[in-house]
Design a protein around this ligand. Structure first.
Ligand code: GDP
Length: 538
């Protein structure tokens, strides 16, 4: 396709160039696979380059990351999703954090809707773990490109070929290794780059220094130095060659194959190569389809979608922040945008870039960047903001909840605060709020993917909204979408109840368990009951 740029304004050319420089990605992994360690290593790597003068980045990223970690430690569990910006060789990498705990997978889903590529991080001893599988399903549903990083290679782990086989067999993703380990896990010697043939030897540093020394060794000498381990790696490489496990751009970009890298985040070994892969292989921000499936090109006037709401990030300054992934155009602080859901103007005087807990005011942003809008009371997750021609992006699908409670204000006198708090937590997507005429507004049903979400509600209702709540569990464990026509019949059945989801008006039928659901489906085949995104995506 040829692109006619003659009519393009300078503004469009700038936006297009800035978009090309950006890579926006997230790491998906099972808890303990090393996501925090890898994040730190990625940031360290980039700051090392910054201080070497290759990139004129702003500030020392080390401080930024540790602040971010501190905040997570502070809360004991990763329940926030912030963005980390890494300046690397003239590129801007936006790394969006995903919560590690399975109970917050809904949050992770939303983060994944805002990235263009994912790094699937595996523990070399454990391979694919339940949370990795669940998150991978989300990537697959979006046909998102996935780069695989096999971590902890410095420790005893599994055979590399066996790990590749597991990836292919269990999730149907064709692995295409970019580098290959020399020496078995536990006696790891280094990595061979399959493309260039360059061998990078790992030199262990005494006293457990945090950064491994990477030394490029030519292959003749490698054979001499590594002996049998080299021979074995060479045979395996030949096997890979014979299998045709070579990188293939098209199948990678459509989520069918995945480049695989080995390394150890803890010693920063192989992390540089991972950064190179993100820069060289991951796609730059591209046109995003709107609700009518019309693509909005990156050069179009500003548009962006809220993928996360967060209140109270700063203890000294209670506020409400919307994280927006920029889809198109140039963002300039102070712009007055339009909120697609209401048609109302939205002023952006107080925009910030959020790098961990550190906030710095930003003046401009481009496609792929994340901006945080403060005082965002009017916004909710999934909302579109735009400038110029109207655009509205499709809603971010929500997971099927599996846990349900009724919430009530402990102190009836605090009913107003109760209402305000519940509405806020609903807008942020902390839980889904369901109501019905039968139950009334005073006792809404809260629905969650994981029960920890209710702990967050209880804590925040008390601390932030000064309205402690009492929650009583309901006996439902399955939810399906239904419609106005089927609702009365379903509602009258025992072991089922129909409620309306407040934030999008959808009718949901809650059922005690899947056996009961099967019976209902069998006895009433004409009733409408559609699965929601469930425990992964179906
Ligand atoms: P997360 O839960 O995925 O964020 O995992 P962490 O980054 O907290 O790491 C979990 C544990 O694995 C920590 O004790 C890390 O020090 C350790 N770890 C992470 N990466 C490596 C690695 O490359 N090698 C080794 N030996 N340990 C690692």
């Amino acid at each position: 396709m040829s692109v006619d740029t003659t009519g393009a304004t300078r503004h469009e050319a700038e936006v297009s160039e800035e978009a090309r420089r950006r890579r926006t990605f997230a790491v998906i992994s099972h808890p303990d696979a090393g996501k925090s360690t890898l994040t730190e290593a990625l940031a360290l790597h980039s700051s090392a380059i910054t201080s070497a003068g290759a990139v004129h980045g702003k500030g020392d990223r080390r401080g930024v990351t540790s602040d971010w970690m501190d905040m997570e430690q502070d809360r004991g569990i990763s329940i926030t999703s912030a963005a980390l910006r890494i300046d690397y060789e003239g590129r801007v990498l936006n790394l969006l954090d995903t919560p590690g705990h399975a109970d917050f997978s809904e949050d992770t889903y939303r983060v994944l809707s805002a990235v263009d590529c994912a790094i699937m991080l595996l523990d070399s001893a454990k391979g694919l773990e339940p949370q990795t599988l669940k998150l991978f399903d989300v990537c697959r549903a979006r046909r998102m490109p996935v780069i695989t990083f096999v971590n902890k290679w410095d420790r005893p782990g599994r055979e590399p070929l066996e790990l590749l086989d597991e990836i292919e067999q269990r999730i149907g993703l064709r692995p295409t290794p970019l580098n290959w380990p020399v020496g078995i896990a536990g006696d790891f010697r280094g990595l061979v780059d399959r493309d260039s043939g360059v061998y990078t030897k790992l030199t262990r540093t005494p006293g457990g220094a945090t950064k491994a020394i990477e030394e490029a060794v030519d292959t003749d000498r490698a054979a001499e130095v590594e002996g049998e381990a080299w021979e074995r790696a060479r045979e395996e490489l030949e096997l890979l060659e014979a299998l045709g496990a070579d990188f293939d751009r098209e199948s990678f970009l459509t989520g069918k194959s995945s480049p695989v890298l080995f390394g150890a985040a803890l010693t920063n070994f192989g992390v540089g190569r991972l950064l190179e892969a993100v820069v060289g292989l991951a796609p730059a921000p591209a046109a995003k389809g709107d609700v009518n499936e019309r693509p909005r090109p990156v050069e179009a006037p500003f548009s962006g979608q809220v993928f996360k709401m967060q209140a109270n990030m700063d203890k000294n300054h209670r506020d409400r922040m919307a994280f927006v992934r920029v889809s198109s155009g140039r963002f300039d602080r102070g712009m007055v945008l339009t909120h697609a859901a209401t048609g109302r103007p939205f002023a952006t005087k107080y925009t910030q870039a959020v790098f961990g807990a550190d906030r710095s005011t930003i003046d401009t942003a481009f496609p792929g960047d994340v901006i945080a809008l403060v005082n965002a009371q009017a916004l909710k997750v999934g909302d579109t903001l735009y400038d110029g021609a109207k655009v509205e992006f499709p809603a971010i699908p929500s997971f099927a909840p599996e846990h349900f409670v009724v919430a009530r204000a402990k102190d009836a006198g605090k009913y107003k605060q109760f209402q305000k708090g519940i509405a806020q937590l609903d807008a942020e997507g902390v839980v889904q709020v369901l109501t019905s005429d039968v139950r009334g507004e005073q006792a809404p049903v809260l629905a969650a993917v994981g029960p920890l979400q209710f702990d967050v509600v209880k804590h925040r209702m008390e601390q932030e909204f000064r309205s402690p709540v009492e929650v009583s569990p309901l006996e439902y464990s399955v939810a399906r979408r239904t419609d106005e026509e089927s609702a009365p019949t379903l509602h009258a059945l025992s072991g089922a109840e129909v409620l309306r989801r407040r934030n999008d008006g959808e009718l949901l039928v809650l059922v005690h368990n899947k056996w009961r659901l099967r019976v209902i489906e069998r006895d009433h085949p004409s009733l409408f009951m559609e699965p929601l995104l469930a425990g992964g995506v179906v």
